[in-house]
Design a protein around this ligand. Sequence first.
Ligand code: PNW
Length: 467
Amino acid sequence: SSDDPLASGVRFPDGFVWGAATASYQIEGAANEDGRGPSIWDTFSREPGRVHAGHTGDVACDHYHRYVEDVALMADLGLASYRYSIAWPRIQPDGTGPVNTRGLDFYDRLTDELIGKGIDPVVTLYHWDLPQSLQDRGGWTARETAEAFAEYAQIMHARLGDRVRTWTTLNEPWCSAYLGYASGVHAPGVRDAASAFKAVHHLLLGHGLAARALREAGAQSVSITLNPSAVFPLDENKPGDVDAARIVDGLSNRIFLDPLLRGRYPDDMREHMARFTDLSFIREGDEAIINAPIDVLGINFYTPSYVSAKPGQPASPDAPGTEGIAFRKPVGPITDIGWQIEPAALTRLLDRIHRDYPGTPMMITENGAAYPDGPAEDGQIHDTNRIEYFDGHLRACLDAISHGVDLRGYFAWSLMDNFEWAEGYAKRFGIVHVDYTTQRRVPKDSARWYQEVIRRNGLTDQGRIGE
Ligand code: PNW
């Protein structure tokens, strides 16, 4: 309203999309129900020592059975949009071949429930739960997985395409490739640089083939979500540090963004990969497939990186070939997962993508913070720290928008506490608290704050730091 005390600078553009995000393996549970096949995360989480305290996604938030309650919660918070992922092994238990109708039925019910409450569904096809049988045939090191992914994308579009407008192929291929195949801290737990680069390529190829299939099937909006690294030289005046940042930027960002948006791997990254493997897996024509037009680029952002040249430094396990490059330990405020909080780095990242890949509409598809929240004496969760984190990053988004960045929306990670991969249930990212004994959901203060931000399409004074 016109007497709203908000200054214009804290308002978002009209039509800005407000949402929250989750992922199938992190919330659904029901791992052995209705014909779901095993995924690489079922296998990995059962291997001793892989996941904190031996946690698995077997039950998680039991969202598979509680989706009606969860969608009601989303509606109560005023979410315009909900970003969720499909568990491929519910749809094709063996990764290829027969389709499991009961798996499709679940996403059908969930999607209808969302639409019935006026919430726009944003579907991610792959948020890391690869069918185990595809892994047994090489996983993302195999070209066949990329081809299978496109077929699965078609199956999903045939079922949900009449109601789902926004389709995201992959979530964070950086994590799938490097955490899955280089450092091995994520499923499938492989430690081999050559495999990691094959995975980078086949993930991108899978994206391109699926994007084409989705487009041909009539999808309105096709996207991919990356977690580009906001990487900076520790000392901008030291050529060694600048070069270190170029290499890390290449491995984390350009190796994905260039083929996606320019149709070509960067020359320096081709040379970098060639130190570990011959590049015959990159076939003539692949880059053109990867370069399929996208309507929006999803950005997940949590924390920046600062790098410097340091002779003798061993390579970072998730960045093959980074011998002699040191990653600075986080300084200043950090979250419970140890990630440095620096909202201005998000502005710089968005500005940079806008500059180097002009004309790319973007959405923040994940942003959020882990804190060890528990209910206070009043039963409520007073997560002021998370409100401050969101507030700072939303102001960073506004700064980027004021610089001309075409930022279309923001999804909080996460709607609710969930299975945080290698950290199990020990790290809580939700704006809704989950008691894993009772499965009770309690919106945290941050959820109520976010509800107000959505209502105003702008920020409140609450959450501002140091005023
Ligand atoms: C992303 N890292 O994961 C995922 O998309 C979410 O599923 C996840 O819950 C969220 O961010 C919070 O972690 C990441 O080690 C996991 O660099 C690990 C890393 C990065 C992203």
